[in-house]
Structures are given as C-alpha cells and as structure tokens.
Design a protein around this ligand. Structure first.
Ligand SMILES: *Cc1c(COP(=O)(O)O)cnc(C)c1O
Length: 370
C-alpha cells in the first residue's frame, strides 16, 4: 500500500506538466506565457471556445442578480433552459444536475421507477461515469474491478449481441452513439434502430448517453438526429454550459413519468448561473455552426490518417502508443487527448476556425511522423 506525500491533491490524475492561466477562443495561455492551440477543449466541454462572449455575458449578468435558491423554488434560467432543450428534442421534460455521472444516475433511477424493472443492458467498452451507479454500467473491467461489488442486474453486450441480453427484466438499454472515452467508436444506424425495436418489444426504455456527443459535438444538436432513432431519454452534460458544471436528463414527452416529488433531487441542480450560460450555448448552436462542425471534422479526416468519429469528436488511430505523441504535440503547442492506448482524441471548440484546424493538422502531421 503506498501512502500520500507531495502535492495536497489526491492522485486521481496523471496530469500533463502545464498550468493554464488564461483562455480565449481556441487558445490557452500557460503560467510561463506560452500559447497552446486547444484541440481537446477540456474534454469536449468548452464548445464555443474559451471565454466566449455569449455565455460569459449571460453568466456574468446572472452572477450579479442571483446565484442559488435550491429547488424548493423556481428560477427563470432553469425554466428557460428546459424550454430550449425540450424544443430541440421535440418535446421533453428535464431534470438538472451538475455533471455527466449525475445525469446517468438520474437516468438509471428514472428507468427503474418508470418500468418497475431492475436490469440494464450496456455495451462493452462503454463509459458512463465514475459514481457507483454509472460505474456499474461502464463496460471497462479495469475501471470497475477495484470498486466491486457494484449494482447488480447489469448485462454487457457487444453491438451485435444486444438482443441476447434484453428481456422482460430490462429497465433500459443505455448506449453512447459514439463511444467517447472508450475510443471514439460510432454505432451504426442499424444497431440504433434494432435497439429501439428491442426496447419497444420488451417494455424497456432506450437511453442515449449524449454527455459527450450532445449539444452539437457531432454536427447535429443531438447525435441521435443523424439516424432519426429517438430515445426515451437522453443525458447531457459536458458541452452544455461551455465549462460551468451542469448535467441534464431529458425524458421524452409521452414516456412514463417515473419520478414523483421526493424520488430524486439535487441541491445545486438547475443552478441559475450554469443554466443562464447553458441557454446562451444552446442559442449559439444554430444550423450555421452545425454545418461548420461537420466541415471542420471533414478537414481533419481528409488530412490525417485513419480518422474515426463524427463531427468534431474524432480519434486518430496510430497503431502505437498515443501518450508520447500527445506529449510531443504539447511540446509543439497543441493540446490533444488520447482515446484508448493507441489513438489520439480530438474534440476542439466547435467554433475552431479553418486556419486553426490547418495549424493543428500541420503540427499533428509533424509529431505523428517523428
Ligand atoms: C464524460 C462522460 C460521462 C461522465 O461525465 P462527468 O461529468 O465526468 O461525470 C458520462 N458519459 C459519457 C458518455 C461521458 O463522455
């Protein structure tokens, strides 16, 4: 057993050796003044770029008026955000929380309550978060093993074997349309259609975890819009408030209500400042920006070898360890993530310019080749 020494932070992260102090658009500035092109955007979070004027102004104005009252009362930003998300979804009711994993917890509890069933079907290689419930449906044994026993009744499938695991006890099938942390692996439209049918045939809910793919990241507001397969519920978080903490569960109008007062709650959920910023983000994600996301994604895909993903959620498969390449890119002033062991992950601000994409591509070509 090792013991705690050094920096007074629990060692849950192997951080890159850099400290950031400023950000603007697609660029970050470190404490030594060095500028970096940000192709990871706080892990697909800072969707409009750092310090974008719209969410900045909205959050600032709300900070000057009211920070928090709890969900014992209503606040305008939360209602405005629910209205906007419902309109984008085509009719939905929202529960707000503060992170992706909390959105998944809400979805799991809602599905059990709505169906009065216990079991969940999720995919091998999936990632749904780190709290006990969401970890229970995360299909990565190495992340789960040290924390077992987790919640029972979870069945892991491959995209081809979902049908073998769905039955009368299934409360929900939970899918990422593009597996994010699991390596940027998109599901085919056919798998999504089949999952919809299986859920309907078995009285189960179909839940799409769009914590990473949602809010424009793949070139549609929701990634499910590419296939037209509409889920019963969807989770959102990362990109929703441009970096302020927020999560949301949206439940389709016409689906079972599930929750009644007292079933679920969050003290901070629906925070007025986060919701005000999120309203500005949602308003900024229009057809012009979505087309830009698809165009910039295509630029990366044309210039770099073996790119997979959708829109601006991309992996570059290297077939050798990606960590050293990400560090080499950092040294050349470009921030990228990794997806699994052998791929780079790109999730830049959706607003990244053509020139910035070209600068990123040139640097990545250089570090991949060396
Ligand atoms: C990041 C992520 C989560 C967890 O979100 P946190 O805000 O880190 O709790 C859940 N699902 C997916 C698909 C994610 O990408």
């Amino acid at each position: 057993m090792s013991v705690l020494t050094g920096t007074p932070l629990l060692p849950t992260y192997a951080r890159f050796p850099v400290t950031f102090v400023d950000g603007e658009g697609s660029w970050l500035v470190a404490d030594d003044g060095q500028r970096y092109l940000d192709l990871i955007a706080g892990i697909a979070v800072v969707s409009l770029g750092h310090c974008h004027p719209a969410p900045l102004a909205a959050a600032h104005a709300q900070l000057e008026r009211l920070w928090h009252v709890s969900n014992l009362y209503s606040t305008e930003p939360m209602e405005h955000l629910a209205e906007r998300l419902s309109a984008r979804f085509g009719g939905a009711h929202a529960f707000f929380c503060n992170s992706g994993t909390e959105a998944i917890e809400a979805a799991l509890k809602w599905a059990r309550k709505a169906t009065e069933k216990t079991d969940f079907v999720a995919l091998e290689g999936s990632f749904h978060g780190r709290t006990m419930g969401s970890l229970s449906i995360t299909g990565q044994p190495s992340k789960r093993a040290p924390f077992e026993p987790l919640i029972p009744g979870v069945h892991f499938a491959t995209p081809e074997t979902i049908a073998d695991h769905v039955g009368p006890q299934t409360a929900a099938i939970v899918l990422e349309i593009v597996q994010g942390e699991g390596g940027v692996k998109p599901l085919s439209d056919e798998v999504l259609h089949d999952a919809r049918e299986l859920a309907d045939d078995n009285g189960a809910m179909l839940i799409f975890d769009e914590v990473q793919t949602g809010v424009g990241r793949t070139g549609e507001f929701f990634a499910w819009q590419h296939s037209g397969v509409k889920p019963d519920a969807v989770t959102l978080a990362k990109g929703l408030a441009n970096g302020l903490p927020i999560g949301a569960l949206l439940v389709r109008d016409g689906a079972p209500t599930g929750f009644v007062p007292g079933d679920h709650a969050s003290t901070f959920g629906g925070n007025p400042v986060a919701c005000a910023a999120a309203c500005a983000v949602v308003d900024a994600i229009d057809d012009v920006l979505l087309e830009h996301v698809r165009d910039m994604g295509a630029l990366f895909a044309e210039a770099l070898p073996e790119v997979r993903g959708a829109g601006l959620l991309l992996a570059v498969e290297l077939h050798h360890p990606a960590g050293p390449v990400a560090h080499a890119a950092l040294e050349k002033g470009v921030l990228v993530g990794t997806a699994g062991d052998t791929a780079l992950r790109l999730a830049p601000p959706l607003t990244i310019s053509r020139e910035e994409v070209q600068h990123g591509i040139a640097t990545l070509q250089e570090v991949i080749a060396s």
